[in-house]
Design a binder for this molecule. Structure first.
Ligand SMILES: Cc1cc2nc3c(=O)[nH]c(=O)nc-3n(C[C@H](O)[C@H](O)[C@H](O)COP(=O)(O)OP(=O)(O)OC[C@H]3O[C@@H](n4cnc5c(N)ncnc54)[C@H](O)[C@@H]3O)c2cc1C
Length: 400
């Protein structure tokens, strides 16, 4: 945390989140992530109720919607704190992909969709997912997709194959990206976003994909899914037909700030574990690990990287707040790849300092190492962001 960005609201709220994390979440988190996730659902539900009772639930929502009424910069700092536990965002109902879906539906969904899907989602009664990426096409250029939604009377008939639909297992509905106008000369106007309830007979969860040896379940999973003659009312369209990519951009802008601050939270926790280990692990009777210069250099470098990452993200959140996501496009690209890199480097060094213990499941580090490797890939692979940033910079030097 940095005092520079503390608002009166945060001065009040951050200590409350901190003590909830320390007293309620840190003591159970390792137990939760080392057993099948569904076994912990009752404990998670109980903590969600406690968070509601303490008025800490869904901090990203406005006061009227039952949230804390935070602006982007304020929520970013809460997000960092919640990121220090793998369960933080879930317990406070501001976890991906639900938070992105909430923001999207809040802005663009019809009153009927809000009533049936958004409101129960905001209240934490249901979970959701987002199905855009397809195994057969490069997700980094999603204009190429085979999933189609054909209008027949007052229904869309959806057919397609998606994967990496995060947290589909146990979700109540998905927002699916499907082509509705294949002939449109502008490829960015061909697709739309449509809500599909997952109890629809045309929806199939094929499998939870095994990732680095672990398929996971429920919230901690990524599914391969199929839509076969999946029929939903045309009223399930979000926004207008052909707006799918514009909506995807709107969904991703604040999402990258949330992810980056969550990653910084992970970095802080990994850093703390690393320093504690370095300060207490004895190499000999007279020497602690932290007295080795190479370990000291890693600690100093990690500290500098995390501090730089935080300032960069908060600056981006400020630019977005003030000028909008479009104007902050370059800053958003910059934080996406920079912070993902800081995250990977910090986790790697923290594991190394722990030695063999670092790759066991006796600390949080190996969980994050497996689960967060995807940070370099999702929300646009790092390379795509680097290329787009460099192009924008070079354009200002006259290179088209
Ligand atoms: C943990 C995780 C969760 C996810 N959750 C969801 C979800 O909930 N819903 C959903 O729809 N999708 C989700 N995804 C999918 C994600 O959006 C895609 O993986 C991502 O868009 C990249 O697409 P791809 O995997 O097809 O890689 P590809 O597009 O095949 O790219 C492969 C690699 O090529 C390189 N590359 C690509 N383009 C360029 C370029 N222009 N210049 C240079 N190099 C390039 C990059 O290194 C990239 O990693 C998730 C992915 C992960 C890892």
């Amino acid at each position: 945390m940095t005092e520079l960005f503390l608002t009166p609201k945060l001065q009040l709220l951050l200590p409350l989140y901190k003590s909830f994390l320390q007293n309620e979440i840190y003591p159970i988190e390792l137990g939760v992530i080392t057993k099948p996730f569904r076994q912990s659902l009752p404990a998670i539900k109980a903590l969600r109720e406690k968070a509601k009772a303490q008025k800490l639930f869904a901090p990203h929502l406005s006061f009227e919607e039952g949230g804390a009424g935070l602006n982007i910069m304020e929520f970013a700092q809460v997000s960092e704190l919640l990121g220090t536990s793998p369960l933080g965002h879930l317990i406070f109902n501001c976890n991906a992909p639900d938070i992105g879906n909430m923001e999207l539906m809040h802005q663009f969904a019809s009153a009927e969709l809000k009533k049936n899907y958004l409101h129960p989602l905001m209240a934490g009664e249901i979970r959701s997912c987002f199905a855009m990426t397809e195994p057969e096409f490069a997700g980094s250029n999603p204009v190429n997709m085979a999933t189609v939604a054909k209008r027949e009377g007052d229904q869309y008939i959806i057919n397609g194959h998606k994967w990496f639909t995060t947290a589909a297992d146990g979700a109540n509905f998905t927002i699916v990206m499907a082509v509705t106008d294949p002939e449109n000369p502008n490829p960015y106007m061909r697709a739309s976003m449509i809500v599909v309830p997952l109890n629809n007979p045309g929806f199939e969860l094929v499998r939870n994909i095994s990732i680095m040896g672990e398929a996971g379940e429920d919230y901690f999973s990524h599914a391969e899914v199929r839509f076969t003659n999946c029929s939903v009312p045309v009223g399930n369209l979000i926004g207008q037909e052909g707006q799918g990519f514009a909506l995807a951009q709107a969904r991703l802008g604040p999402g990258r700030i949330h992810h980056c601050m969550r990653w910084i939270g992970i970095c802080e926790r990994a850093f703390e574990l690393m320093c504690k280990r370095a300060a207490t692990r004895k190499l000999s009777d007279r020497k602690f690990l932290g007295q080795q210069q190479i370990i000291q250099a890693w600690i100093a470098e990690c500290r500098a990287n995390i501090n730089a990452a935080r300032l960069m993200v908060l600056h981006t959140a400020y630019a977005m707040e003030k000028h909008g996501a479009k104007a902050a496009k370059e800053e958003i690209s910059t934080i996406k790849f920079f912070v993902a890199d800081v995250l990977m480097k910090t986790l790697d060094k923290a594991i190394q300092v722990h030695g063999a213990l670092g790759i066991t499941d006796d600390t949080l580090l190996s969980f994050w190492y497996r689960h967060e490797r995807g940070a370099r890939i999702y929300d646009g692979p790092d390379e795509v962001h680097k290329v787009s940033l460099a192009k924008a910079i070079l354009k200002s030097y006259g290179l088209e």
